[in-house]
Design a protein around this ligand. Structure first.
Ligand code: MGD
Ligand code: MGD
Ligand code: SF4
Ligand code: MO
Length: 687
């Protein structure tokens, strides 16, 4: 039997068809508008049955044997495990206050309804500390879009005449978008790729800017300057719909391509050519990605990229960058239930913590601060849901110290991760194929596509919604969690839209809440305080941040450990994602590891020779924070002076964790983003 659903093995949320035989998942395939031979297949999806039925998957609740015995568990019933967790929630609330319990969310259970349920539970219980990991993912980028034109745009590559791919590799991370890019290329669209690594999109590009890592804001400012100087901007749009053009023009003056090019490792002519090509091709869209995230100036750099979209008049036009049409839904987070006097631990990042009504709090580093430094108050207990912070959060050593310091740790996951090994209670979650769920991609923009349960829960595992609802009821929140099924909860949330689960099941390719509409700003303005695109932001100025990006005229962004260039002489890049893995996941799945047992440090031949390193030699990479060991792969995909380190091996190989190297002291002042992505490091042969 074939069933329609959405895959959530990574955040691309591809619509798929699952083949079910005797109640078991046997195969799954992405749906695509392309003819069979051209469809981009996903190895993770192909391995779905292996993942779902993996022998090392944990499918029963576990309780740690004794406080001193880490990673020693006994199986328990759901009743016993949940009652224990609920009693700890009660105890901490009574002795210290509810705010000393945190709920930390990774990305795997999605940021739509499952995120709302976790927030609902914590808000009703009385803790403001439900925290996501978006400061190192796209939430920081989303805030920059928001502060510029009120929403995060969706690029429309299919109809575009020119595509700018800025720090994104959809070939590996979002196959649907990559297919659209291929189609646009076939229709003759130009392609500009901005990436320090020669990726597949970079190889296909008309112009590839192999930028020095972490310097994207400077490049964007140079492109802005080139566009303004040559009057290539959309003057009527700027005049009617943008605020602060003269401030922008003034700030951009400092970024003369000839002057900034050497620091960017680029040719001035190529920068100018890219700026002109983008500005002259109408319509054009910018596909921005995680290469802009995890940088110390992520907010201002992304603002500068967003401003390019506005200057060229490409906002909310077909083939440009679409302002989404969110589906009308109930806000079910119950934020109004929080006691007004307790601040969240993320209070030092007030704009980031409040920029969106239900995105919640994503300055995850602040949680580690609170645990270790007990400021603004200590943290006694934490629930980690669908994340592996011991490996994926910045400066792993520090994070592990923090996890260790907690009185009580609950982990909701499918596998015994390095984080889970530290747990007092492990609650086994069902995989994405075992649950019906409303994802953020569906809520953020029409059409709504349902993630559908296609197989039964494996073993005694439960879907995240059920774990949250049952825990809520044990905390006395029966009224807040009246639902027995995911369907009831989704119907309640979607009520304002008139869309029901049944309608979504009847229409697996999605249901629209309203008609598609472009250039909505003509009647509605932009969702900013001024109603215009804010090239200059008074809100930022009022909070002491630069109202125009890079207005200080500095021609270099200092990345981590740049203070000691003699000792740390190479730029380390936390590797691009490969299509076989999602972060730390799947590194034990045989068909995905393909006999590879570890990651590689990708290094230019010139840098290797200078250090007496040969292909596959074992090397040590060091920063002031720590070190990792991996073999080298000699590669001309890198610029000399930079090394790309494979990401995600840290769960199976603790000594191969990129976050052993990263630094959480220096953060983007607006979004608390540390530079997990790029940092200075030293590489030498490991004798
Ligand atoms: N140095 C460096 N650091 C990074 C990154 C990087 O590129 N370099 N990337 C950053 C980014 S963008 C992100 S988003 C984060 C990701 O950080 P995490 O969210 O911590 O990433 P994962 O390793 O994917 O961990 C997800 C966990 O959820 C479990 N899981 C899978 N499905 C489900 C489910 O349905 N329910 C539950 N309860 N659990 C589930 C998986 O088994 C896995 O253990 O890492 C960030 N950190
Ligand atoms: N297969 C797979 N798919 C995934 C995930 C996964 O782990 N595996 N994770 C999901 C998640 S949570 C996310 S956030 C997305 C991320 O998806 P993408 O945004 O595509 O993320 P990456 O591939 O990490 O990085 C994109 C590109 O940025 C480049 N880059 C690195 N440093 C810089 C820089 O300083 N400047 C510029 N301009 N580019 C730079 C990298 O070389 C890389 O090619 O993918 C999602 N999809
Ligand atoms: S890219 Fe692959 S793993 Fe990610 S959602 Fe799509 S099919 Fe699933
Ligand atoms: Mo992410």
């Amino acid at each position: 039997m074939t069933k329609d659903t959405v895959c959530r093995l990574c955040s691309a949320c591809c619509p798929i068809q699952a083949e079910i035989k005797d109640g078991r998942l046997v195969m799954a395939e992405r749906k695509s508008s392309l003819p069979q031979g051209q469809v981009l297949h996903c190895p993770k999806l192909k391995a779905a049955p292996e993942i779902v039925y993996a022998p090392d998957r944990i499918t029963a609740p576990l309780i740690r044997n004794a406080p001193s015995e880490r990673n020693e568990f006994r199986e328990a019933s759901w009743d016993e495990a949940l009652n224990l967790v609920a009693s700890k929630f009660g105890q901490v609330k009574k002795e210290y206050g509810a705010h000393q319990v945190a709920w930390l969310r990774g990305m795997a259970a999605d940021w739509g309804a499952p995120w709302d349920y976790a927030n609902r539970l914590m808000n009703a219980y009385g803790s403001p500390n439900c925290i996501g990991n978006g400061s190192v993912c796209h939430v920081a980028r989303e805030m920059a879009h928001n502060f510029t034109y009120g929403a995060m745009t969706l690029p429309q590559p299919k109809e575009a005449k020119c595509l700018v791919v800025w720090g994104k590799n959809d070939r590996n991370t979002a196959p649907g978008t990559f297919e659209a890019l291929l189609q646009a290329r076939e229709n003759g669209a130009g392609l500009i790729v901005i990436d320090p690594v020669k990726t597949v999109p970079a190889e296909m590009a008309d112009i590839w800017l192999q930028i020095r890592p972490g310097q994207d804001g400077i490049l964007a400012m140079a492109m802005i300057r080139e566009i303004i100087e040559n009057e290539l901007y959309d003057a009527p749009f700027v005049q009617d719909h943008c605020l602060g053009f003269s401030s922008l023009q003034q700030a951009a003056q400092a970024y003369v391509p000839e002057q900034v090019a050497p620091g960017l490792w680029l040719d001035a002519d190529k920068i100018k050519e890219a700026a002109r090509m983008y500005a002259r091709s109408k319509p054009a869209c910018i596909i921005d990605g995680n290469g802009l995230d995890m940088q110390r100036d992520t907010f201002q750099a992304t603002r500068a990229v967003c401003i390019l979209r506005a200057l060229t008049g490409n906002l909310d036009r077909p083939g440009g960058d679409f302002i989404p049409q969110p589906v009308p839904a109930r806000d079910i987070q119950l934020k109004d239930r929080l006691p007004p006097d307790v601040q969240p631990v993320t209070m030092d990042y007030p704009l980031f913590s409040t920029f969106h009504h239900n995105w919640g709090l994503h300055a995850q580093s602040a949680l580690v601060d609170a645990i270790l430094e007990e400021e603004p108050y200590p943290m006694k207990m934490m629930v980690v849901q669908s994340g592996n912070p011991a490996v994926t959060m910045t400066d792993s050593h520090r994070v592990q110290q923090a996890l260790d310091k907690l009185d009580f740790l609950v982990v909701i996951d499918l596998f015994m991760t390095r984080t889970a090994k530290m747990a007092d209670v492990f609650l086994p979650a069902a995989s994405c194929f075992e649950k019906t769920q409303l994802n953020r991609a569906a809520l953020r923009n029409s059409p709504v596509i349902l993630q559908n349960q296609v197989i039964d829960w494996v073993g005694q595992s439960w879907p995240d919604w059920k774990i949250t609802f049952e825990l809520g009821r044990r905390l006395g929140l029966d009224k807040e969690f009246p639902w027995d099924t995911a369907e009831q909860a989704i119907d309640y949330q979607l009520h304002p839209s008139g869309i029901t689960v049944q309608m979504l099941r009847d229409n697996p390719s999605g249901v629209r809440a309203d008609d598609l509409e472009y250039r909505k700003y003509r009647t509605q303005g932009f969702a900013t305080p001024s109603g215009k695109v804010e090239l200059f932001s008074q809100r930022l100025a009022d909070s002491g941040y630069a109202p125009v990006p890079h207005q200080d005229g500095k021609k270099e962004v200092k990345i981590s450990f740049a203070h000691d260039p003699k000792r740390f002489d190479l730029v380390g890049i936390s590797g691009q994602r490969v299509n076989r893995f999602t972060h730390t996941q799947f590194h034990t799945i045989p068909s995905l590891i393909q006999n590879q047992t570890q990651g590689f440090v990708h290094m230019h031949t010139r840098d290797a020779q200078a250090r007496g390193i040969e292909h596959e030699d074992m090397v040590r990479v060091e920063t002031p924070r720590g070190r990792l060991r991996m073999p080298v792969s000699l590669s001309n995909t890198m610029h000399p002076g930079s090394v790309c380190i494979d990401w995600g091996w840290g769960d199976v190989h603790p000594e191969a964790n990129v976050n052993n190297l990263t630094d959480d002291d220096q953060r983007d002042p607006v979004t608390a983003t540390p530079s997990n992505r790029s940092f200075m490091c030293a590489v030498r042969k490991d004798e």
